[in-house]
Write a protein that binds this ligand. Sequence first.
Ligand code: HEC
Length: 190
Amino acid sequence: MSRPKPPLLLAMSASLALLASVAGAQTAIEAPHYNSEGELLYPEDTDMWVHMGSSLGSDYSEGPFDPENPGTLGVVQMEPSAYRYFMENNEYADGTMFLLSFYASESESSPQLSGFVQGQLNAKEIHVIDSARFEEGRGFFLYEAEDIAGDASPKLPNGSTCVVCHMAEGDYNGTFTQFYPPIRDNVPAG
Ligand code: HEC
């Protein structure tokens, strides 16, 4: 039978975990949650995640950019404990999550301005970095706009187009840090 640990023991195990990370052992943050099939559960409180950057019209389409109809707005956010870890250590912990949300670009805002605002949410994608869990060091997961916290999605298979483009073009560890002003200056050189 397990009893609740007294606070002193909890504090001791917390400092042991800290020592392990200082000693260079594999550091993991416990933010992603999976079901028994290994599917990623859509995280809670993603509105609180740290905004990394937004792009307009980068919806992988082949056609030229059309200023009248600029396409999708992509908004990238980073899970906060992963963000803190990265800012302190200049590397990702296992369990680092990024969320990319696709919004329709909307020009019929009120008051009417000449630019575009975020319209309807169309889809969401999550990139989890985890060298211990995934053979490719990462997993990509797709969600519907309607999906809420706890909804499960399977990892896309190894060798997906996601992995290929991200590893070839992303500046750091398969992520597009070159487009993320809050973290790009902390990316290790090389
Ligand atoms: C042709 C290249 C390309 C492919 C293929 C691609 N991406 Fe991306 N991805 C990008 C770019 C560029 C960004 C930077 C943000 C932006 O431009 O919207 C990005 C950003 C992301 C992010 C934000 C975190 C990060 O890694 O930088 C997620 C999550 C993501 N993509 C998921 C996916 C998923 C899931 C797939 C496969 C279904 C996929 N991507 C396929 C180019 C690609």
